[in-house]
Design a protein around this ligand. Structure first.
Ligand SMILES: [Fe+2]
Ligand SMILES: [Fe+2]
Length: 269
């Protein structure tokens, strides 16, 4: 038996202090701070309120303002500071994932000051009789992602140790192609290894990702894979989309009861 509670998945916030996201192929500048503030305001009005939030990666991305070079960790600091200031409005605690645009050293300094600067961001936590796992698929300098051998070995041990508890796993990158020609060039490279591992642990029934800036629900065997729209710009809703469109800012609400999940996406208009 598990408690009855709610959590929210908020992802791809792409906060970039000192600039806006120039949407590729357009002259549209999108204010990612303002759209995240709208999401936080909407989360504050949820009834019942969430017990916690999971932030699904691509949290800060000042790199999008400087595509011509690799930024130093210190150049991310003001964006993470802006992010924590905006997320301070959430009515609950937050758990954080790394995305391909994040910088581990700056991320840890701002969001996980209790760890050393180069410690990868994967961990488990428990709530209401359920187990939750956050994975770190970030690889510096890459838009696609990977889970290294040490992390997969840790995941095997963690899931074995929590075997009776219904479990939700979070990861930034999608583990198999979703039929988005563009996004599928940037998926989790060893997604099949992850799925084989998760398949050995039947208590894992949900995998929740971000990265694709769109909303999906896919059933594979005993596992449901959910993707959550971004809080800022979304993958264009046309077949074979290779571009983003501005907004609307979205996030996912998940209600848990008796170890089962029901979920819906909210767009903050
Ligand atoms: Fe993203
Ligand atoms: Fe991403």
């Amino acid at each position: 038996m598990t408690d009855r509670f709610r959590f929210v998945h908020i992802t791809d916030t792409h906060v970039m202090a000192g600039g806006a996201w120039r949407i590729r192929g357009t002259d549209v500048d999108f204010d990612t701070d303002a759209s995240l503030r709208r999401v936080v305001d909407t989360v504050r009005r949820l009834d019942p309120a969430p017990a916690f939030a999971v932030l699904g990666g691509d949290l800060a991305s000042p790199d999008l303002l400087h595509r011509e070079r690799t930024l130093a960790p210190s150049e991310y600091a003001s964006s993470y500071m802006r992010l924590t200031e905006i997320l301070g409005g959430l009515p609950c605690r937050a758990h954080y994932l790394m995305g391909n645009h994040d910088n581990l050293e700056a991320f840890n300094l701002a969001l996980r000051p209790e760890v050393l600067k180069d410690v990868p961001c994967y961990y488990g936590f428990d709530h209401g009789g359920m187990h939750f796992v956050a994975l770190d698929s970030h690889e510096p300098g890459h838009a696609d992602g990977v889970l290294d051998a040490a992390q997969l070995a840790w995941l095997e041990r963690d899931l074995s140790a929590h075997r009776p508890a219904p479990t939700v796993v979070f990861v930034h990158h999608h583990p198999w192609p979703l039929g988005h020609a563009w996004m599928d060039t940037m998926q989790l490279r060893n997604g099949s290894e992850l799925m084989t591992l998760l398949g050995r642990h039947s208590q894992v029934k949900w995998l929740i990702g971000g990265h694709v800036h769109s909303e999906q629900m896919i059933q594979r065997g005993g596992l449901t894979f959910l993707t959550t729209p971004s809080t800022c710009i979304q993958l264009a809703k046309v077949p074979g989309a290779t571009h983003f469109e501005p907004g609307p800012p979205g996030f996912r609400v998940v209600d848990v009861e008796d170890g089962r999940l029901s979920t819906f996406v909210v767009y903050a208009r």
